[in-house]
Design a protein around this ligand. Structure first.
Ligand SMILES: Cc1cc2nc3c(=O)[nH]c(=O)nc-3n(C[C@H](O)[C@H](O)[C@H](O)COP(=O)(O)OP(=O)(O)OC[C@H]3O[C@@H](n4cnc5c(N)ncnc54)[C@H](O)[C@@H]3O)c2cc1C
Ligand code: SF4
Length: 510
């Protein structure tokens, strides 16, 4: 009987939700569901094993849920996606395969090329609150005279149109759009109680996926194995959302930019992996926030929804708006490889050692270690932005091209020459010391820019400004730092030390 089902819904690995457009109205009597595991994709990069485990386990659980609901599920392991689709067509002969608009360009290209010869129809995606088409309309109407877009404009537009914490007169609840003066504090001094972290028991589905990955020839994985930090179904993702809203969000705002060396998670939500593969929809997050909004400090609520309806949706919109060449931008013509210290080689830099350990342990760090430590050092040291992006993509559980490209190429490394940010996000050891507790225990001296004990960030910061004088000096937001650079009397020694630091960074001996 199942062979007469006319329609197949092909569920991609980042569309894992029964309530998204592709599956919402599907009924077992009319629809077969296809999942394809592409071995080629598994072998394409040295993925963090928790990342592969997370995605495959979440796929498998959704496949099991759909089977329990009565769907005929085709779980297909194939060399490539194309081969998987062909084999499915051959075995089941559906009239057509329906797939939801992919989130990334590679997926889009694949679907375009498959649909030239196969019966494939594309359903518009509803995975974001602002679709790429709506973003394009907003961006066309809101580009400033100098060609720039502002996240703040987008965020206010989203708040108003989605009616999130907006008074009847259209103004923000509390009278302010932004609570930066109450948020983004340095880490608290002395003892502080941070929210506990929940870990789930791994079960037979986890074991099944672990065995499957172990059976794939030619797979190279890195990082520590799964330890239950990440949920792999909608219920687990919802539990983490509720836990965050009840136990962590209150101090999210104040400490969102802080780093504490023995506490990787602080008050962060740990929701990005779920949002990015569909286990959680941003509308579910906003609905839950609204429900508890009377009990949560306004500065923290504002800081959090700014991330969900502001930054996340803005980054997604920019990825499509900036066009396909954006991922190759390399404003400073950098070509150095990703340093071994990022991938676990021993380093004396206390900040890098901690952040690399967190990535190894969880395939995740919060925003500021990614920005202030990894992307900052990559920019200062002249690492090739596309290599940096590929490394982060393979190493982080929440990685995807749509979110990595603007964050790494734009926000993190200024490789787009300022299309996303008005100036490079670079800093030396002094700023890192202000927002973290790393420097006190480091063998380098954050204040020194020359000599054996000079902090690599500090040396490279001044050298970066010096090296890129022609490109950056005319940026009025850099005027003060260039005035400071001009006052340095030891710039020759800084240049010499920078050559040594860059060499040792790439060789993995610093
Ligand atoms: C160099 C660099 C690389 C990054 N790579 C990724 C990535 O591959 N995947 C990813 O999801 N995020 C990425 N980010 C953004 C951000 O660091 C993570 O979303 C966040 O750390 C995830 O942890 P969390 O869920 O606890 O976030 P929280 O701090 O609790 O924030 C809440 C949510 O806001 C969203 N968010 C906040 N900032 C951003 C942003 N800049 N871009 C997109 N979403 C945002 C996320 O969905 C996040 O879950 C990157 C940032 C930088 C600077
Ligand atoms: S002194 Fe420099 S290298 Fe050491 S922890 Fe601070 S910023 Fe990092």
């Amino acid at each position: 009987m199942s062979s007469h089902i006319a329609r197949t819904v092909w569920v991609l690995g980042d569309q894992l939700n029964r309530n998204l457009a592709h599956l919402r109205t599907a009924r077992p009597s009319q629809t077969r569901v296809l999942f394809i595991i592409s071995l080629d994709k598994l072998r394409r990069a040295p993925w963090h094993q928790q990342r592969l485990h997370f995605i495959l386990t979440a796929m498998r659980r959704l496949a099991n849920e759909l089977t329990d609901e009565g769907f005929s599920v085709d779980w297909r392991v194939a060399e490539t996606m194309r081969q998987g689709v062909s084999a499915h067509l051959e075995e089941f002969s559906p009239e057509y395969i329906s797939v939801m608009q992919p989130m990334n360009r590679a997926g889009q290209r694949l679907i375009d090329s498959l649909s030239a010869t196969m019966p494939i129809t594309v359903t518009p995606s509803d995975q974001f609150l602002c679709s790429r088409e709506e973003f394009a309309e907003w961006a066309s109407a809101n580009t400033r005279k100098d060609g720039s877009l502002l996240m703040e404009d987008f965020y206010r537009w989203q708040r108003r149109r989605l009616d999130i914490l907006i008074d009847p007169d259209g103004e923000p609840v509390g009278g302010r759009w932004n609570y930066d003066d109450e948020n983004r504090l340095s880490p608290p001094k002395g003892e502080h109680e941070w929210p506990a972290i929940n870990r789930r028991e791994l079960d037979d589905v986890d074991a099944w996926v672990t065995d499957f990955l172990a059976s794939v020839d030619g797979l190279s994985m890195k990082g520590e194995p799964p330890d239950g930090l990440w949920a792999t179904d909608h219920d687990g993702a919802m539990q983490q959302l509720q836990y965050f809203l009840r136990h962590a969000i209150d101090e999210f705002g104040p400490y969102e930019d802080a780093i504490v060396s023995d506490e990787p998670y602080l008050n962060h939500s740990l929701l990005s992996p779920y949002l990015n593969i569909g286990l959680l929809h941003p509308a579910e997050v906003i609905a839950a926030v609204k429900e508890l909004s009377d009990d949560i400090a306004l500065n923290s609520i504002e800081g959090f929804i700014r991330q969900i309806i502001g930054w996340r949706e803005y980054v997604h919109g920019l990825y499509w708006w900036f066009g396909p060449d954006y991922v190759n931008e390399n404003h400073f013509n950098d070509d150095a490889p990703v340093p071994p210290s990022f991938t676990g080689a021993h380093t004396e830099m206390n900040c890098v050692a901690h952040v690399a350990k967190w990535v190894e342990q969880d395939a995740w760090t919060h925003h500021i270690p990614r920005l202030m430590v990894l992307a900052n050092l990559a920019t200062l040291a002249g690492i090739d932005p596309s290599k940096m992006m590929r490394w982060m993509w393979a190493s982080f559980i929440d990685g995807a091209e749509w979110v990595m490209a603007p964050n790494v190429i734009g926000m993190g490394m200024y490789a787009d020459g300022g299309r996303m940010s008005t100036k490079p996000y670079v800093s030396g050891g002094n700023y890192i010391s202000k927002m973290t507790d790393f420097c006190g225990d480091c063998s380098f001296d954050r204040k020194a820019r020359t000599g054996d004990k000079a902090c690599p960030f500090t040396t490279l910061y001044w050298d970066f400004l010096d090296r890129n004088r022609d490109v950056l000096r005319s940026n009025h937001r850099m005027a003060r730092v260039y005035a400071n650079l001009d006052r340095l009397s030891d710039i020759e020694e800084v240049r010499e030390r920078a050559v040594e630091v860059r060499g040792r960074l790439i060789a993995g001996t610093i």
